[in-house]
Design a binder for this molecule. Sequence first.
Ligand SMILES: Cc1cc2nc3c(=O)[nH]c(=O)nc-3n(C[C@H](O)[C@H](O)[C@H](O)COP(=O)(O)OP(=O)(O)OC[C@H]3O[C@@H](n4cnc5c(N)ncnc54)[C@H](O)[C@@H]3O)c2cc1C
Length: 110
Amino acid sequence: MKVALAVALVLMARQAWYYAAGPSGEKDCAPAAPRPPSGTTVINDVSCLNPTSVSGIVEVQSEEDVRRALESARAHGVKVSIAGARHSQGGHAFANGSIVLDMRRSIASW
Ligand SMILES: Cc1cc2nc3c(=O)[nH]c(=O)nc-3n(C[C@H](O)[C@H](O)[C@H](O)COP(=O)(O)OP(=O)(O)OC[C@H]3O[C@@H](n4cnc5c(N)ncnc54)[C@H](O)[C@@H]3O)c2cc1C
């Protein structure tokens, strides 16, 4: 009983630490959320509760990257989502099927 309680406390502390930490790395968040099928591109917010299938993720490093991504989205009639630090929670940040402009690299370097 004590061992089970200790394990539960450790797991809860680990998850609390994860939620409180700065956003870095990929957020497939298993086992809290199911892993997406291979071959699909899925993005999640910091809560790990909002896996969203997207068309693709562009790691923006320059204005040219943004221009090209917007041109492509317009040509294909695809919505665009923007990821800052991906630290919001609630599922509002990413649209299904959208192209995601991931600004993390560019924000770090600008
Ligand atoms: C533990 C925790 C504590 C928090 N505490 C606070 C708090 O005290 N105060 C508070 O205000 N919030 C708080 N938040 C919420 C979160 O930190 C904010 O929503 C934060 O501003 C999200 O910024 P982001 O760059 O991670 O945006 P993302 O999660 O990446 O995106 C959120 C929205 O911003 C838009 N966006 C992001 N980057 C850009 C860009 N470069 N250009 C245009 N649009 C962009 C996206 O399109 C999206 O709609 C907290 C969240 C957590 C998990």
